[in-house]
Design a binder for this molecule. Structure first.
Ligand code: PGA
Length: 248
């Protein structure tokens, strides 16, 4: 049985004060959800504050990115060891916004995943196709390439995979549960070719316009093990409803 995994990706939103206000409101709303992994990924600048507030709760912390070197002359970058030190258990790598706006290739991402694991971080590894790729029938090809190259020589025990179709991110256009299940099933088959029977234990999250209204149907799909949530994770009330999705 794979434990449900619900993660909030705030992207470049919320000040430290806003982070504090969210967490104060959020903690009591999800106190009873002990059957799920609950993760918040605020901007770097709020990690320290969030880490202090989340101690002793059932909520864990993630960074939204990490560099692949341990230290040195890399102005503006953050080393994976610093992220562990700030109290993070997880790091999100390979988000399509990083690939698209910051030029992160499969090869760079593979180096980042290796570095994160060296520093004891668990990795939420994102993959997903664009609208053009889906419409031209290339979805599976793209996902296979991102998995094969991004996860080259990576063990799977600290790995969570997030399927985020780019056309569904921030657009209000969610994949239907049928589309999500079909794609997640394919991803699990690919993970099985990389990790054999251990693929059954890897959580595969869906991301892309997840809301309190569509989470129940998505979570009812056999290969959807959780959600990576942007817009609808910004308010404590809304994200708590997603965490408290209907268990069947
Ligand atoms: P969204 O973002 O929920 O706003 O679509 C999801 C993500 O990019 O992780």
């Amino acid at each position: 049985m794979r434990k449900p995994f619900l993660a909030a990706n705030w992207k470049m939103n919320k000040t430290v004060a806003e982070t504090r206000a969210f967490i104060d409101e959020f903690i009591p709303l999800v106190k009873a959800a002990n059957d799920a992994d609950i993760v918040l990924a605020p901007p770097f600048i709020s990690l320290h504050t969030a880490s202090g507030m989340l101690k002793g709760t059932n909520i864990k912390l993630a960074a939204q990115n990490a560099f692949y070197e341990d230290k040195g002359a890399y102005t503006g970058e953050t080393a994976p060891g610093m992220i562990t030190d700030a109290g993070c258990e997880y790091v999100i790598l390979g988000h399509s916004e990083r690939r698209q706006y910051f030029g992160e290739t499969d090869e760079i991402l593979n180096k980042k995943v290796h570095a994160a694991l060296r520093h004891n971080l668990k990795v939420i590894f994102c993959i997903g196709e664009s609208l053009e790729e889906r419409e031209s029938g290339k979805t599976f090809e793209v996902l296979k390439r991102e998995l094969d190259n991004g996860l080259k020589d990576i063990p799977c025990d600290k790995l969570v995979v997030a399927y985020e179709p780019i056309w569904a991110i921030g657009t209000g256009k969610t994949a239907t549960p049928e589309q999500a299940q079909e794609t997640h099933k394919y991803i699990r088959e690919q993970l099985a070719s990389l990790y054999s029977e251990k693929a059954q234990e890897i959580r595969i999250l869906y991301g892309g316009s997840v809301t309190p209204e569509n989470i129940d149907a998505l979570m009812a799909c056999p290969d959807v093990d959780g959600g990576l949530v942007g817009g609808a994770s910004m308010k404590a009330d809304s994200f708590s409803k997603i965490v408290n999705f209907k268990r069947v």
